[in-house]
Design a protein around this ligand. Structure first.
Ligand code: LLP
Length: 434
């Protein structure tokens, strides 16, 4: 469920007409609904009621400071992956002490920053990393809290580039090798063993792989509690969202109309399957969802530049491009495209929706059926709140897009569109070229 819906003929976010935002701040602009984020967070919390839960929002999905503050206000901690993300948590006035630091290649300065700010735990991906953590902690005269990421070798049935829990991925330590890794960790004087972690992939649309992974590692987790007194088990993130039917899925009527066995994965289904498996462990359970928290809480607004009618093919050229939202080019992902003003008297249009970047891959949709739209009209690319702005680049010297947060009838710019001066601020021409 989300808060993007038509009021009359105009697409709104909560009670704000999106065209007003587009006119005020220009396009391309990301718009987020604070209420949708709150709703997503609360549903996860309620869906897993009965567990001792610590929700660490995977901030790589969307790390705007206002978004972080929204989740911090809701009670979230963070799953972070870089020194930059630690600094973002601090800048948002949020808590690093309940947050976890993941990633296969944490540098010494990043480890130092995390330890100085009292990180809850490091999610360790290899034995060499244990040695590095021990070394840095020793230098600072502290103990580094660690959990080892185990790779359960479960097929998440998701896109190859976002699956992480198979044995051929770079992530984690295979279950068979994990006991030895814990033995090694216990020998380091500057490490404290706190927990265990896994994450099998992203955009999972059924609960079975989660159940399979939890079931598979449970005996090992029980052993860790007995042998090392671990206090938590992080089961990672990965809950998928609706990309098809994204607009319709904002309404409860749409959910009610779906046959029970064909309903998309919900926090309720996820919780119902996992709580009975996790509760008996008697451990704190960490969750690291990113996409589910923000994916359907954001859209990318864009303006039509031209409708180019070709021989047997139409191209709708818009002012957003792969640099603003790279997911279609990178993962062949689907994003529903909705006109901000709907008009049933218009003819239908079938077109490839493309951006202005000089690459054929700069294409948001192929042969998409839309209502006919012309120059200057606005469209929304739906379900763009996760891995949208966070993955944006300046390719073709295009400025990073603006971001706006809506709450009820209020909205505010939370990231201004980059200026040319900001884009080139760190560049210089060396003396030998002058
Ligand atoms: N925990 C770990 C260790 C992760 O690697 C990730 C995501 C998450 C949690 C959060 O997963 P989520 O709940 O968001 O599925 N850029 C891609 C997704 C990459 C996900 C990377 N890891 C996309 O746009 O689909």
């Amino acid at each position: 469920m989300h808060h993007f819906h038509f009021v009359g003929l105009n697409l709104h976010c909560e009670s704000v007409d999106l065209a007003e935002i587009a006119r005020l701040y220009g396009t391309p602009t990301y718009v987020y609904s604070a209420a949708t984020m709150a709703d997503n967070y609360t549903r996860i919390e309620r869906g897993l009621a009965g567990l001792d839960l610590q929700i660490c929002y995977a901030m790589k999905a969307n790390s705007n400071l206002a978004v972080l503050r929204q989740f911090a206000n809701l009670g979230a901690a963070f799953d972070l992956v870089s020194g930059g993300e630690i600094r973002r948590v601090l800048a948002a006035g949020a808590d690093v002490r309940r947050s976890v630091f993941a990633g296969v290649g944490k540098s010494e300065p990043e480890i130092t920053l995390a330890l100085e700010n009292g990180i809850f735990a490091f999610h360790v991906e290899s034995e060499p990393e244990l040695a590095r953590l021990n070394h840095v902690a020793g230098r600072l005269g502290v103990k580094a809290p660690v959990a080892i990421r185990i790779n359960p070798d479960v097929d998440a049935h998701t896109h190859a580039k976002i699956t992480t829990g198979k044995s051929d991925n770079k992530f984690g330590i295979p279950l068979q090798a994990a006991p030895a890794a814990y033995v090694a960790a216990a020998k380091f004087p500057h490490l404290t063993i706190k927990g265990v972690q896994m994450h099998i992939g992203s955009q999972l649309t059924s609960v079975e792989p989660f159940v399979e992974a939890v079931t598979k590692v449970t005996p090992f987790v029980e052993g860790l509690k007995r042998d090392y007194g671990i206090t938590y088990f992080s089961i990672g993130g990965g809950m998928g969202i609706m990309y098809q039917d994204a607009l319709a899925s904002g309404a409860s009527a749409w959910w009610d109309a779906q046959p029970a066995d064909r309903r998309p994965l919900t926090p309720e289904t996820y919780g119902a399957a996992l709580v009975p498996l996790l509760q008996p462990l008697g451990l704190k359970i960490l969750l690291e969802h990113g996409r589910f928290m923000v994916g359907n809480a954001g859209v990318l607004l864009t303006r039509v530049e031209h409708l180019k009618r070709g021989a047997g093919k139409n191209f709708l050229i818009v002012d957003a491009a792969m640099n603003d939202l790279v997911r279609p080019a990178m993962y062949d992902s689907f994003h529903e495209i909705v006109p901000l003003h709907r008009d049933s008297s218009r003819r239908a249009l079938v077109a490839d929706v493309v951006g202005p970047v000089c690459e054929s891959g700069d294409c948001f949709a192929k042969d998409r059926q839309l209502q006919e739209v012309g120059e200057g009209e606005y469209l929304a690319l739906m379900s763009a709140g996760a891995y949208g702005h966070a993955m944006a680049s300046r390719y073709n010297t295009r400025a990073l897009p603006a971001e706006v947060l809506v709450s009820g009838g209020n909205f505010e710019l939370i990231n201004g569109r980059e200026t040319f001066e900001q884009m080139v601020a760190n560049e210089s021409i060396p003396a030998f070229l002058k």
